[in-house]
Design a protein around this ligand. Structure first.
Ligand code: XIL
Length: 347
């Protein structure tokens, strides 16, 4: 019941979770207790995304982000900001002019610069690392056709990194994405990092989100990606880890898709807890990944779960509401799962 995870992993890598507003505002008492005891790094789950932090061109909402950063400082944690440029949860005005058409490249650059500079400067020296660009690359290695890409082309990525660096020269800067085991995405991320470095643009780490399932990804392919990213000279960070036991019929997240899958019937197979064999398989797979992180502790500097305890995981609501999922290290009673002891033992 003690589970001092951060002590066990002290000399290996930072260990942490994302925090929701109930947590950093102090309302989720049980969740906070777990966080303080076990974690030494945090990232905001939603409040720094553009639609929340910058809902209108001339209005920022810093109430929650300020609270989040204060929580991290009070608890002496390594604070990560998530995320500066992302196509999703994007402020509706960001890429659009008064008539609803796309803004010009110059206007978009100006807006990106203003957005990034304002936020990064506000937390200068306090937020130690930023997910500068999130999810810009597709499974097949092509660039995602986001508004940023359509208006500025690939160049929006180096620009974002440059603006962030100018705003806080000491902050670490990350490129973050999901399904990183896919060879197509792996190759383009490697090329992107090399290009940034060649141009002298700061990038410190590649973030592998690691929203994984019981089958996807293949752990050998995942390891290949870790090594390929490290090879470019950056650190590797596990940024949003969770392991769902519910098959997800969405090829976009690389989760397993079966031809005979009937989503309705299967969408909530374990409403009252996991059968023992499923729980054991979950522990085994989570253990395999943590063993991999420990094996490569020289290149991995941070492992971050996407949520604290199972009830607050986004996986319960995604890709469809009404799932009862079990993806995190702490269970629905806010108790450490057997995996926690296993990690501590193997660290
Ligand atoms: C998720 C949040 O956890 C949810 O609360 C929100 O509704 C949707 O976004 N990749 C990311 C995260 O980079 O920001 C996403 O977070 C999960 C997938």
């Amino acid at each position: 019941n003690k589970s001092p995870l951060k002590e066990a992993l002290k000399d290996k890598f930072l260990i942490g979770s994302s925090l929701n507003a109930r947590q950093f505002s102090g309302k989720d008492v049980k969740g906070i207790e777990i966080v303080k005891k076990n974690f030494n790094t945090i990232v905001a789950d939603n409040c720094m995304k553009s639609s929340l932090i910058h809902p209108e061109e001339n209005r920022y909402n810093f109430v929650q982000p300020d609270e989040f950063v204060r929580f991290g400082e009070e608890n002496r944690m390594f604070i990560v900001g998530h995320c500066l440029i992302w196509h999703s949860q994007l402020a509706p005005w960001f890429c659009i002019d008064e008539k609803g058409g796309d803004v010009s490249p110059n206007v978009l650059k100006k807006r990106m610069k203003e957005h990034i500079t304002t936020i990064v400067k506000r937390y200068k020296g306090r937020v130690k690392g930023w997910d500068v660009v999130n999810e810009a690359i597709e499974d097949d290695g092509t660039y995602r056709k986001s508004k940023f890409y359509e208006i500025l082309g690939e160049e929006y990525i180096p620009l974002a990194f440059q603006y962030a660096h100018e705003a806080d020269p000491d902050a670490e800067l990350y490129y973050n994405d999901y399904s990183m085991a896919n060879p197509g995405r792996r190759a383009t991320v490697v090329k992107l990092v090399k290009d940034l470095k060649k141009r002298g643009i700061r990038i410190d780490a590649v973030g592998m989100q690691t929203h994984i399932g019981m089958k996807y990804p293949n752990i050998d392919e995942y390891e290949k990606s870790m090594l390929a990213f490290a090879e470019t000279g950056v650190k590797v960070m596990i940024t949003e880890m969770d392991l769902t036991v519910i098959p997800t019929p969405d090829p976009n997240i690389g989760a397993e898709v079966s031809a005979s899958f009937e989503y309705k019937k299967e969408m909530n197979p374990y409403p009252n807890g996991l059968p023992e064999d499923v729980a054991a398989a979950w522990t085994k797979r989570m253990g395999d990944f943590f063993r991999l992180f420990l094996k490569h502790q020289d290149i991995i500097s941070r492992v971050n779960l996407w949520g604290v305890a199972d009830p607050d995981s986004w996986r319960n609501d995604w890709p469809m509401a009404g799932r009862t999922d079990y993806p995190l290290l702490f269970d629905r009673n806010y108790q450490p799962k057997p995996i926690v002891d296993l990690i501590i033992k193997e660290a």
